[in-house]
Design a protein around this ligand. Structure first.
Ligand SMILES: [Fe+2]
Ligand SMILES: [Fe+2]
Length: 154
């Protein structure tokens, strides 16, 4: 049933940098849609498009974060980027399995996606957010610019 994996955004997930928060909301929205589509047994085509959309948006979002890391010489870049790469790798495996089977995503996989994301935001992205805010205050430079949004995944 829907509800196990659905995530409601709240301020405890904020990393303090508005454009990163907005992108995280979008990612969580896609994961929620994927959960609903699988639980409702929607067409494989719909689920396949959502998996693809999640991958595209994750790549876009990760590179936006990584641009900020490079620009500010973030000391924990390597470990953070490694987590991003691991997620993309895992998502590619999920996609390959999905394409090779005739079932939708299991609750286990949906939970993995949700938990990976929530843990990454809480433990890894929040550290980056705090660092960017501190750098921003120090340098008094303009904040990270909002990069253009890709096409809506709706
Ligand atoms: Fe990240
Ligand atoms: Fe992130």
């Amino acid at each position: 049933m829907a509800g196990v994996v659905q995530v409601e955004w709240d301020d405890s997930l904020s990393v303090g940098v508005p454009f990163i928060d907005e992108q995280h909301k979008r990612l969580i929205e896609i994961i929620n849609k994927l959960d609903t589509a699988c639980k409702k047994g929607q067409a494989r085509e719909v689920v396949g498009q959502l998996i693809h959309g999640l991958g595209e948006y994750a790549i876009y979002h990760f590179s936006a974060e990584q641009d900020q890391m490079r620009l500010t010489e973030y000391p924990e870049t390597a470990a953070h980027v490694a987590q991003h790469q691991e997620f993309i790798q895992k998502l590619m495996e999920i996609d390959a399995k999905f394409k090779a089977s005739n079932v939708l995503l299991s609750s286990e996989i949906l939970l993995f996606l949700r938990n990976w994301y929530l843990n990454h935001i809480r433990l890894v992205d929040k550290k980056l957010g705090a660092y960017l805010l501190a750098r921003h205050r120090e340098s008094r430079l303009a904040g990270p610019e909002d990069p253009p949004e890709p096409e809506s995944a709706d």
